[in-house]
Design a protein around this ligand. Structure first.
Ligand SMILES: Cc1cc2nc3c(=O)[nH]c(=O)nc-3n(C[C@H](O)[C@H](O)[C@H](O)COP(=O)(O)OP(=O)(O)OC[C@H]3O[C@@H](n4cnc5c(N)ncnc54)[C@H](O)[C@@H]3O)c2cc1C
Length: 238
């Protein structure tokens, strides 16, 4: 799956990364893995929902990015929900990782800044946004959350939503040529008429599509924040 780091890579890992251990792995549904990471270096860390971590895939030069669902700075535990798609290093790691396996983590670091979110949060994304939806729900416990996720397998995504007890999340199964998007846009139209803020994540081209649709509905830039989590043909976005 992943190679061993060379001497230079090992030095970089020791200098910049937090040495952690995988303590639990749970398959939530086909492709979705809830992974608990434990490290003394995770204690006393200031983490904010929306931030990212990068997990080294056997080398300091090959890392894959995840969004912690939560971070316990007292016990030193962080959890991620990873979606294994295809055969890249991240997908292989997610499928093969077991409790007791060491891993090296860079971060947490800034990614999505949720400090500007006003009104009810709307998270648009896909399979890779499940962890973010969970984190946003914790961040805004008194606001109704609206999750709008485009996914390849609605039943599997539904299982994950149920297992994580996420409320207010609707799924739109992907259709050829983005034919599922009109339904997404109808949901945007209803929410654009409220003071909600929009957090756009997932596939880069879907974010562009969503952003254009929201602009056409009169949603200002100040009410949107976005971060591409993956883009067809590109590897290891951070
Ligand atoms: C800030 C940030 C936070 C992220 N948080 C999460 C998270 O919490 N959970 C999570 O699962 N992912 C998350 N991601 C996305 C994840 O890092 C990417 O999906 C990553 O590319 C997976 O690595 P890989 O080695 O499996 O595939 P890569 O080697 O990076 O890519 C191989 C091929 O697969 C394609 N690909 C990558 N991801 C997908 C996908 N989901 N669906 C379809 N095709 C894909 C790529 O475009 C490429 O063509 C996040 C990304 C960023 C930038």
């Amino acid at each position: 799956m992943t190679g061993q780091p060379g001497r230079f890579g090992k030095t970089l890992i020791r200098m910049f990364m937090k040495q952690a251990q995988v303590t639990a792995v749970e398959t939530l549904a086909g492709g979705f893995h809830l992974i608990s990471l434990q490290s003394d270096a995770f204690r006393d860390v200031a983490w904010a929902p929306g931030q990212k971590v990068q997990v080294a895939m056997g080398s300091a030069f090959t890392a894959r990015t995840f969004t912690p669902v939560d971070w316990n700075a007292i016990s030193g535990r962080a959890r991620i929900v990873g979606y294994a798609h295809g055969d890249g290093p991240g997908a292989q790691w997610l499928r093969g990782v077991m409790p007791g396996v060491p891993c090296d983590v860079f971060g947490p670091r800034a990614s999505l800044d949720l400090s500007g979110v006003q009104g009810e949060p709307v998270v648009f994304g896909d399979e890779t946004s499940m962890g973010l939806v969970y984190a946003v729900a914790q961040r805004f416990p008194h606001q109704k959350l609206h999750g709008i996720l485009e996914v390849s397998h609605a039943a599997r995504a539904g299982e994950v939503i149920a297992r994580l007890a996420l409320e207010g999340v609707e799924i739109h199964e992907r259709l050829p040529e983005d034919a599922h998007f009109p339904a997404v846009e109808r949901r945007f139209a209803a929410l654009a008429a409220t003071p909600a803020s929009f957090v756009l994540t997932g596939k880069a081209t879907s974010i562009q599509h969503a952003s254009r649709a929201l602009k056409a509905l009169g949603v200002s830039r100040a009410r949107m924040t976005s971060k591409a989590y993956w883009s067809p043909g590109k590897t290891g976005l951070d």
